[in-house]
Design a protein around this ligand. Structure first.
Ligand code: UD1
Ligand code: MG
Length: 465
């Protein structure tokens, strides 16, 4: 197979999505749909890839970040016009151009390679991918004539009733000789229901010119085009199911697979168990033998082996080392690091905070901008007061410190190794190693005082009554 050039059409408004976001940037399995098409293109090792952008071009270009050449189509006037815009970038190219749609993310590189191989074998001027679907609504219909040869593709909105009944549809994926393509594009007219330059008209033009047009049958699921939120949800469900099957095959247990969402970039070790409602997002890496509890949402975080995340935790860009335990109802915000066998319990929030090996913060605590050493006990209700209204400051708690309940650390502050902070302290100054800190009003006990109060109240009631 000689290396092709690839054109990806991604300039359309995506009107039917009713969205501010360009259609090709809508996410499927946690990645923009264009990412899938780009990877398919890259797998073909093309001479060049050109992505046609138009509607909110800056956003699409920012996503591409130089991975492909870009051609602008302004305004978007149809798929034929879009390809025309790409041709300037391919003026020096001679060979087969592969045209892909940015809204068809399930298409595999193997299928495109098969299309290309068939195209080369037949020597056709143009080969299009087609498939049969029971409900062809919205797709261009493939019209065949004598000897079953393809004669045209008719768009739904221009189709006569007999054409609408055709179940063979155009997948929107083509292999075409670049020199022929350039010539045929000059003949396109916008005399159709949408007033657009249809790429599909090139097929009728080629047939009329006596050129060979071939069709390659492809799998219907692979070429689902996303035009609406309904299509998006359908493709999303397919991708999610594929990812789940892949991880189950790798030894991951899912108690109710249909209620687990795993992004395509996530990795999971074997013997890890995922409870219902788990959502693993972004570049999350989970080690072996972890348990992720019901309703926990983990975003671009790294978990070691044997980590336990109890129910209903939100974990965002955190690192959790082997054997640590989190939750239920914990919130780990970006730059949290939990060292080996540390424990974070219910209603605990951490941000830019490191909790050392074997340390515990089991209840109702906020640890922000903090470095906490090994074997530290953080009592219930402890708060690092990290913000003075203008700046953030750090709290440092060294190894082996015991922090009693309801303690506030007014940062910046440092507590030396092995110190004990008595419950209810407000720590405003550094504490030396092995010291005890108590900062509370001395307790006063008045024997019998409560009883006497009740008695006085009782007498008042009697006189009122
Ligand atoms: C297109 C085909 C249809 C086929 C279907 C397969 C045409 C005229 N129709 O219809 O035969 O069955 O795909 O999914 O080609 N785009 C541009 N510039 C534009 C218009 C569109 O770059 O001016 C891009 C879109 O961003 C999209 C792709 O081309 O990625 C296809 O456009 P879309 O509007 O989705 O075409 P369909 O109606 O799906
Ligand atoms: Mg489409």
């Amino acid at each position: 197979m000689t290396a092709p050039a690839v054109i990806i059409l991604a300039a359309g408004r995506g009107k039917r999505m009713k969205s501010h976001t360009p259609k090709v940037l809508h996410s499927v399995g946690g990645r923009p749909m264009l990412e899938y098409v780009l990877r398919t293109a890259e797998a073909l090792a093309p001479v060049q890839t050109v992505v046609v952008v138009g509607h909110r071009a800056e956003a699409v270009e920012a996503f591409l970040a130089g991975r492909a050449a870009v051609a602008r189509q302004d305004p978007p006037r149809g798929t034929g016009d879009a390809v025309r815009c790409a041709m300037a970038a391919l003026s020096a190219f001679r060979g087969t151009a592969v045209i892909l749609s940015g809204d068809t993310p399930l298409l595999s590189a193997e299928t495109v390679a098969r299309l290309l191989a068939g195209h080369e074998r037949s020597g056709a001027a143009l080969t299009l991918a087609t498939t049969r679907i029971p409900d062809p609504g919205g797709y261009g219909r493939v019209v065949r004539g004598a000897g079953d040869a393809v004669t045209a593709v008719v768009e739904e909105r221009d189709a006569a009733p007999e054409h609408r009944a055709i179940s063979e549809v155009n997948a929107g994926i083509y292999a075409i000789e670049s020199s022929y393509l350039a010539a045929a594009l000059t003949l396109l007219k916008a005399d159709n229901a949408q007033g657009e330059y249809y790429l599909t008209d090139v097929i009728g033009i080629a047939v009329a010119q006596g050129r060979l047009v071939c069709a390659e049958a492809v799998d219907a699921e692979e070429v689902i085009g996303i035009n609406s939120r309904g299509d998006l949800a359908r493709v999303e469900a397919i991708v999610r199911e594929r990812v789940r099957q892949q991880w189950m095959a790798q030894g991951v247990t899912m108690l109710d697979p249909a209620r687990v969402l795993i992004d395509t970039g996530v990795t999971i070790g074997s013997d890890t168990v995922l409870a219902p409602g788990v959502w693993l997002e972004g570049a999350t890496e989970i080690g072996a033998a972890c348990v992720i509890g019901a309703g926990s949402h983990i975003i671009s975080s790294r978990l070691g082996e044997g980590v336990e995340i109890k129910d209903h935790c939100v974990i965002d860009r955190a690192v959790i080392e082997d054997g640590a335990s989190v939750g239920p109802f914990a919130h780990l915000r970006p730059d949290t690091v939990l060292r080996k066998k540390s424990k974070v319990g219910n209603f605990v929030e951490l941000k830019k905070a490191e909790l050392g090996a074997g340390s515990k913060a089991n209840h109702l605590t906020y640890l922000g901008d903090a470095t906490i050493g090994a074997d530290v006990n953080i009592g219930a209700g402890t708060i690092t007061c990290n913000y003075d209204g203008e700046h953030k400051h750090r709290t440092v708690i060294e190894d082996g410190v015991f922090v009693g309940s309801d303690t506030q650390f007014v940062a910046p502050v440092r507590v030396g190794k092995g110190a004990i902070i008595a419950a209810g302290a407000t720590v405003t100054a550094d504490v030396p190693e092995d010291a005890l800190v108590i900062s509370r009003v001395k307790q006063v006990v008045k024997p019998g005082w409560a009883k006497r109060l009740r008695e006085t109240r009782g007498k008042k009631k009697e006189t009122r009554g």
